[in-house]
Design a protein around this ligand. Structure first.
Ligand code: GAR
Length: 215
């Protein structure tokens, strides 16, 4: 049983998608803790509803970012967490956590990396004028959204799209590929070789290329 720790900052719809897949028995894992950096994060309500312990760690309580991440690391290690999942965690992860969990921290990003890293990936895609965007699950390294890519999925960008509409379209696929990547990890099927993530015995699912709800 894979022991997971989730870090989130807000709404937590990706957190919910992961909870649902675990509860449905499709991922053999247990979420040991939800850690938030924002006391108003709706993710906390979701944790309560599903009996998942949660913890608010206030970044302002720490002199440096490194000390903040040392605390997070210690909380995760004390619960024997094996995989750290960033589910809408709006901060750049620093060394103390990265060094404790090499290729064991996963992030979801709302764009097709390496395009449009950082904040507002959906708005960046609209402003640039791309015709296709999507989402990426990747392992986290020291850069901003630069780590080895695990799964991506694409959606069309329509000429009259707003940031909100494109975000909604992308989010539906986020909720599919994030649990999928965690399932593959839990099954021991992800092998990282340099920048590349090899997936053992994997058939590409249709969701990576088509989206029935293009509007
Ligand atoms: C998601 O769209 C996720 O891809 C994005 O924040 C949203 C969180 O939603 N993450 C980033 O932009 C990270 N740089 P959620 O709280 O409902 O899962």
């Amino acid at each position: 049983m894979l022991r997971i720790g989730v870090l989130a900052s807000g709404r937590g719809s990706n957190f919910q998608a992961i909870i649902d897949e675990i509860e449905a028995g499709r991922i053999t894992a247990k979420i040991e803790i939800l850690i938030v950096d924002n006391p108003n994060a709706y993710a906390i309500e979701r944790a309560k509803k599903h009996g998942i312990p949660h913890l608010f760690i206030n970044p302002k309580d720490f002199e440096t970012k490194e000390k903040f991440y040392e605390r997070i690391r210690d909380e995760l290690l004390s619960r024997e967490v094996e995989l750290v999942v960033l589910a809408g965690f709006m901060r750049i992860v620093r060394k103390p956590l990265l060094e404790a969990y090499p290729n064991r921290i996963m992030n979801i990003h709302p764009a097709l990396l390496p395009s449009f890293p950082g904040l507002h990936g959906q708005r960046q895609a609209i402003d640039y004028g791309v015709k296709i965007s999507g989402c990426t699950v990747h392992f986290v390294d020291e850069g901003v959204d630069t780590g080895p890519i695990i799964i991506q999925a694409a959606v069309p960008v329509h000429p009259d799209d707003t940031e909100e509409r494109l975000s909604e379209r992308i989010l539906k696929l986020e909720h599919k590929i994030f649990p999928e990547a965690i399932r593959l990890f839990a099954e021991g099927r992800l092998k990282v070789e340099g920048r590349k993530v090899k997936i053992e015995n994997y058939r590409l699912p249709e969701i990576q290329f088509t989206n029935p709800e293009t509007r």
